[in-house]
Design a protein around this ligand. Structure first.
Ligand code: SF4
Ligand code: SF4
Length: 119
């Protein structure tokens, strides 16, 4: 989607009631991409058998923490659900105030933290 290039990655934050489902195929593809075994990948990055860990602010463990851009650091090997979103429809994050009002403060706090760390 063209808007993704200008978006801080709203869809890479976990919201209450939403789940990023990771399949066994996703795990193998990501492990191969990172040059580690499936077991090592699961140990390092999975919260449960079905989903990634997230940071305290709810951001995906694979979202970059750069102060200027928030990109997927495993874009080429990202999970199927990430590839398919928003399923050929308009992106809900760009249209729904209720979603943005939850995510935007987290993004701003994360950016402020990055600026502090990186100086
Ligand atoms: S799919 Fe939507 S929320 Fe995700 S990066 Fe693209 S525009 Fe942003
Ligand atoms: S794997 Fe990449 S695209 Fe998917 S939620 Fe994480 S950072 Fe976003």
């Amino acid at each position: 989607m063209i808007y993704c290039n200008y978006c801080p990655g709203y869809c890479c934050y976990r919201l209450e009631g939403s789940v990023l489902t990771i399949t066994a195929f996703d795990i193998s593809r990501l492990a191969h991409h990172l040059g580690i075994s499936d077991n090592e990948f699961m140990h390092s990055y999975m919260e449960t058998r079905r989903t990634f860990r997230v940071r305290e602010d709810g951001s995906c463990i694979f979202q970059s923490q750069d102060k200027m851009v928030r990109r997927c650091t495993v874009h080429e090997a990202r999970p199927t659900q990430c590839r398919k979103f928003p399923y050929g429809k308009p992106c809900p994050y760009l249209e729904r105030e209720d979603l943005l009002s939850v995510i935007q403060p987290r993004i701003e706090a994360g950016l402020a933290e990055s600026w502090k760390k990186e100086g």
